[in-house]
Ligand binder design. Structure first.
Ligand code: NAD
Length: 442
């Protein structure tokens, strides 16, 4: 059979119909489009179009009221040809299997783009963490970890934080995993998760890693687009881990933060309320830490969601949830570049529209790869029972990210394609080479 394969045919062979609004289908479509471009063998396209393992667990959690609630959790392991599965755990009320599958596939692509010896996975629990107490979250995390059992492990599948989880969640996961293990087999066991607190096997630089990685990628790619980081203006969707670190680190390089939107509302720079050319990113991070949102920040002015999107900036950085830039708001955008801090923040139809309008998109699998890169460095430190100094972590991270950005740029120039396609092609070329060397078992 020909290696040219229509995506609809392939989906049919896998037993489902392509749906344009389904994030998993959209993600696999991007993978398959790139696979077509580089002529990846048909067998590999089929393998990559489905995760290797999809685990769904249901477990009871005791609430503070004494009642029990039944909770649904997922772990999807997409591919491990490059190394152990790796990917975050999300706590969010809208978590679904297809969503987790999409994010797991993206992790495979990210690890391959950065040439990390890791595969792709993702997990999630369908709850609203903001509606639960610390005690309830601890119980839930312990129960979820024990339900995952040996489906995770430091040499097999290594979770990390994502939306709704943090270093504390990872400390609870590692502690539970260690306690469930044979007492004679606990050395290195805390490497079962990354993104841990520094005092308990975490790495310097992990907290700000994704924002820092975004800055390193921009340093490589902005000059190609005729932009100078010292003079750019930017806006952010989301001011959580990724958004707030991107905001703080970019403003330290001289860029001006002009507007921010989160789940509660949006604010904009007002010269009468700020001493600089933009919002004070550090003060804003402190305000969000105290209040939970950017709304009410005394150093800015409130604006509507529509005005936020219309606000003119050089860079718009979506750093919140998936699919936030879609056909209904894409034409409002007034920017030169969309920098994907979040995973899959732009729908395929909006992506086409951005291309028509000449707006460049810097793709998530490259832009936010700093997070998993420092997770990889944390995992390495855990395996060696070492703690590296911050400068060493930063040097290693920068080396890996600069190489990844240069490879994607080179692929884009060689194939004459946009950077998103180039990032997928670069990832797939590496995966294809490794499959060719290893062969498909048996
Ligand atoms: P987070 O939970 O720390 O922050 C999420 C932010 O999104 C918050 O500011 C929240 O207010 C905002 N938000 C939520 N719903 C919104 C809405 N409807 N409108 C506007 N804003 C909304 O999460 P995070 O860790 O910063 O992750 C953000 C994105 O980056 C996710 O796509 C995640 O998968 C991705 N990512 C995170 C990391 C990491 O290391 N944390 C690494 C790679 C990718």
């Amino acid at each position: 059979m020909s290696d040219r394969l229509d995506i609809a045919d392939l989906f049919e062979e896998l037993g489902y119909e392509y749906r344009q609004d389904n994030l998993y289908h959209q993600t696999i479509r991007s993978v398959l489009d790139a696979a077509e471009r580089i002529g990846l063998p048909r067998s590999l396209r089929l393998i990559l179009a489905q995760p290797k393992n999809e685990l769904m667990v249901h477990f009871p959690v005791k609430l503070d009221s004494g009642e029990h609630r039944l909770v649904k959790g997922y772990r999807v392991q997409h591919n491990n040809v490059l190394g152990p599965y790796k990917g975050g755990i999300r706590y969010h009320a809208a978590t679904s299997l297809d969503h987790v599958k999409a994010l797991a596939a993206l992790m495979t692509m990210k690890c391959a783009v950065a040439r990390l010896p890791l595969g792709g996975a993702k997990g999630g629990v369908k709850i609203d963490p903001h509606a639960m107490s610390c005690e309830e979250l601890r119980g839930l995390t312990r129960r979820f970890t024990s339900a995952l059992g040996t489906n995770i492990g430091p040499a097999y599948d290594i979770p990390a934080p994502d939306v709704g989880t943090n270093a504390q969640t990872m400390a609870w996961m590692a502690d539970t995993f260690i306690n469930l293990r044979d007492p004679h087999d606990r050395v290195g066991a805390r490497g079962v998760v990354t993104g841990k607190p520094l005092e308990f096997g975490g790495s310097h630089g992990r907290e700000q890693a994704t924002g820092q990685g975004l800055v390193y990628v921009l340093e490589e790619l902005l000059p190609e687009l005729g932009l100078d980081m010292m003079n750019v203006t930017f806006s952010l969707i989301g001011y959580g881990n990724v958004g707030s670190w991107a905001g703080r680190l970019l403003t330290r390089r001289g860029a001006a933060l002009r507007a921010v939107m989160d789940h509660e509302g949006a604010i904009v720079y007002d010269s009468a309320k700020s001493s600089g050319e933009g919002l004070d990113a550090d003060a804003l991070a402190e305000h969000v830490k105290q209040t939970g949102s950017v709304v009410g920040f005394p150093g800015g002015e409130p604006i509507s969601e529509e005005d936020f999107y219309r606000h003119q900036v050089d860079l718009l950085i979506p750093a919140a949830l998936e699919q936030m830039i879609h056909v209904e708001n894409v034409d409002l955008l007034d920017c030169k570049v969309v920098v994907e801090g979040a995973n899959a923040p732009v729908t395929p139809l909006a992506d086409e529209r951005l291309a028509e309008r000449g707006i460049t998109v810097l793709p998530a699998i490259l832009v936010n790869v700093g997070g998993v890169t420092v997770s990889y460095l944390e995992w390495k430190q855990n395996r060696q029972c070492e703690t590296w100094v911050p400068e060493h972590v930063d040097r290693e991270m920068k080396r890996l990210l600069v190489s990844a950005a240069q490879r994607v740029k080179h692929t884009s120039d060689t194939l004459g394609c946009d950077l998103r396609t180039a990032a997928y092609c670069s990832a797939l070329e590496h995966i294809g080479e490794v499959y060719a060397l290893r062969g498909i078992f048996p």
